[in-house]
Design a protein around this ligand. Sequence first.
Ligand code: HEC
Ligand code: HEC
Length: 386
Amino acid sequence: MFRSRFPIVFLSLALLMSACDSNSRVSSPEQPTDTFDPQATFRYDTYGDEALWTDVLRFHEVVETISPATALAVGLKVDAEALPDGLLATADLTDPATTVELLRLDAVVGIKAEVGADGRVSHFGVTCALCHSDVDDSVAPGVGFRLDGWPAKDLDPGLILSLSPFFDDKPQLRAELQSWGPGMYDPYWNLDGISDPVVIAPAYGLKDVALETYTGEGPVSYWNAYVAVTQMGGQGNFEEPLLNISVTADPDLVTPKLPALREYQESLLAPAPPPGSFDAAAAERGRQLFAGKAECSGCHVGPQLTDAGVTLHEAHEIGADPLYATRTITRRYRTTPLRALWQHPPYYHNGEFETLEAVVAHYDLVLNLGLAGDEQSDLVEYLKSL
Ligand code: HEC
Ligand code: HEC
């Protein structure tokens, strides 16, 4: 069984064990595999994680006290397509009742809530879209059409989690959660008790990438099951002897949906760079440097610009912080597939580099490349073109 110093998963697992007794409503009942809608598994499925978010963390109560203005400030997004015409023009964004109305309309990206006729929230759960979707801000800041697969760079998951009364008597844990900041999350914190968050990764452009995650744990479905069960609190099976994890749930609301979830993620293409956002001639010179003098293609190879599936790398090879890798089963870093880099700063797993200029300057130093200033800027233009 799972040994965990930290209680989120520990408690959620205790609940998972008694899932059949739990009064939490499961938002999508068991169906044969081929009937799962790929998009819905990503956008709307909670995998039964109300057992954690409602029963343990009591977010159905928390959310009734939060104004839309506050919700937007912690990086939650509103799906314009779910809003009736004119709602925003008349809504009071300082009134928590508006938040509840948005939840009733299923308009808050990545959150599924059940709202009764009395306006009370009875069930609250989260979906993959919480951390892996953004909106295009076309209606207002934080309100627009969904951009599935885009990392939720404004979302502050640690701050949101810290609002749970579960942490009232755990000030140290609450302080750790509040230290992570927007766009960051630590998917091992509740297992090993180390607070060392990583950048929420894009979930687009993953087709034909051999291994997912910064440390190349496995193919996409391995990680999807890991996150759904050990992080979201979904009710499903997940086994990882190397991390002492062995969770089963009956019914298993995760495993049968993994093929649909994978299909949807693999359909999400990396967004192309905006027109005019890079200098094409410089990018072409940069492309030649990438494969030549700058030695990048020693690791960033093939159509996805990664050697994942062939090898993983020690932190020192690329001058990365080793800590995160030491917490994982591979203990090494995967060469990140380079896609839509323009869209998702900061860079490296822990976001240590704010800009592509800083990444290139770092490589110049660590790999002792001796790149001149104009060569570095050409390389940057190439990276912006991907
Ligand atoms: C609380 C925020 C959060 C939620 C919810 C979440 N993820 Fe993630 N996801 C992350 C973070 C952080 C990473 C980076 C971890 C790593 O790569 O080591 C990540 C990485 C990934 C990756 C790897 C991307 C790559 O670059 O290889 C995939 C795929 C993914 N998540 C899919 C999902 C799916 C599917 C769900 C729902 C079952 C989900 N995530 C739910 C935060 C989240
Ligand atoms: C020894 C293998 C290796 C070489 C050589 C290499 N990289 Fe990387 N690259 C990696 C690994 C591994 C990571 C992941 C580091 C991390 O997340 O901490 C990475 C990450 C990156 C990132 C960040 C991507 C993101 O989404 O965060 C960029 C950009 C990048 N490399 C560009 C380059 C460029 C440009 C060169 C040549 C100057 C280069 N790399 C050379 C292995 C390599």
